[in-house]
Each structure stands twice: as C-alpha cells, then as structure tokens.
Design a protein. Structure first.
Length: 111
C-alpha cells in the first residue's frame, strides 16, 4: 500500500524544464489577477476620493466619518472648518469627510 502512494507522489519522468516554465506562468498569472482584481480598483477609488476632497468648496454640506453633519465654512490645505450649528464650528482633517451632500446633485459618497 505504501508503494502505491510513493508511485503516485513521484514526479512524472522527463520534462524537468517544463515544470519551471509552468510554475513561472502560474505565478505570473496569480500576480496579474491580484493586480487587476485588488490593486488597480483600490488605486482608482483612491484617485476618485482625492478628486472629491479637492473639489470641496465653501458651503458644501458634508458628513464626516464620525457621523457629524455640517456645512463647510472654510478650507485650508489639509483641514476644513465645518459649521455644525449656529456659532459652532469645528476644525477637522479633510480625510475625515466621508460624504458630500448636495441639494441639486445626488449624494457623492467617498469610499
């Protein structure tokens, strides 16, 4: 019985060079699959998010990632001042803005 398993697990005779090429093709195809299914869509979402964050302007209604609703009262390079109530303004990082609300356009959600 043990001899039977040894015969089944043995590499096929000859064609030793073909196993390397098939291994390289297999790893290459796995890398391509990862690139097109994981890395590329993630880069695309990051570019869209950055584009939306760059398009912020004073008066936009936003929701932060912490769930705070407010209106943009001012913008700096990396921060935004969000007015959440009358005479109440908070300074938040631009990256914490999760959704841009607009009355004329559909909701723009940043993922």
């Amino acid at each position: 019985m043990l001899q039977y398993f040894t015969i089944l697990m043995a590499p096929p005779p000859g064609d030793g060079g073909q196993s390397w090429s098939s291994t390289i093709i297999l790893f290459g195809s796995i890398i391509l699959i990862f690139y097109f299914m994981i890395i590329r869509p993630q880069q695309k979402r990051a570019k869209e998010r950055q584009k939306l964050l760059d398009s912020l302007k004073k008066g936009d209604k936003v929701i932060t990632s912490g769930g705070i609703y407010g209106t943009i009262a001012g913008l700096d390079e990396k921060t935004a001042i969000v007015q959440i109530a009358d005479n109440v303004k908070i300074k938040v990082d631009r990256g914490t803005i999760g959704t841009i609300l607009s009355e004329t356009e559909p909701v723009k959600k940043i993922e």
